[in-house]
Design a protein around this ligand. Sequence first.
Ligand code: FVH
Length: 288
Amino acid sequence: MNRENVTVLGLGQMGTALADAFLAAGHPTTVWNRTPAKADPLVARGAVRAATPGDAVTGAGVVVVCVLDYDAVRELLEPVAGSLAGRTVVNLTTGSPEQARRTASWAAGHGFGYLDGAIMSTPPGVGDRASMFLYSGSPAAFAAHRDTLAALGDPVDLGDDPGVASLYDLALLDLMWATLSGWLHATALAGADGVAATAFTPVAIRWLSAVTGFMGTYAGQVDAGHYPGDDATLDVQRVAIAHLVHAGRDRGVDGRLPELSQALIERAVEEGNGGDSYARLDELFRKG
Ligand code: FVH
């Protein structure tokens, strides 16, 4: 089959994995990196080395950029903007929604297609259909290059606002860090009484699948602004979380994480919402 020509700019850990996935899927792949030696292993596996970013984008249908930050993206693309007209840039660099929107407007002004993306994986997951790649921006560019992007992972289309992929990325990282911190705190608590992390974690993982069920129920409550406490009320959870905070203190475990949840629960109860579900805390976060 004829595979689309792709170019990958930026061959750090992630850019290298992206280029490898395109090669594995049979795409003619041109690569460029600021430090040229990082391209050597990819060239040995069949990639074409470009001497400059300008050379790299010539002939590519899709130009994938994955560098440290958006300052580096602009530094890289501004000098070659004239050569990008008629092509599509897919920017997989982590940034803010505002940076994504500004870059999309700049791309439109230069006549090239632009998709902003977020990689919900580490490099070993690239090329696996189970890994989500989030995209937002030009619907035409997504439709034209969806099959090519599928070489990297499951391409998830988040619509035409170029900032939305970054927004989801930040929100999902928020969820990841809160979850990992919760797990590490729980592991420290259990560990204080001699429970190994490897013994605790399989039980924790089963519990997390129940928690995702709660999220499914509570999402509807958040959207409706109505939080019936017909599973577990904040009044009940206020008592339970006090046990967690005390148990941590007794064991010398840093208590700031559960104390934040405790403070939010207590505030919601003080405001007269003790009969509501945990989803009621959404309103406290939104108030800031
Ligand atoms: N690694 C991961 O698991 C995460 C997963 C989610 C998405 N991120 C984002 O991907 C971007 C790159 O991350 P990385 O892990 O590949 O990072 P490094 O291995 O440190 O490579 C950085 C590359 O950026 C190049 N670079 C930096 N500054 C410039 C510049 N001014 N002009 C041109 N290129 C630049 C750097 O080049 P060099 O140092 O090798 O010469 C590397 O190619 C990032 O946004 C993550 O948040 C990865």
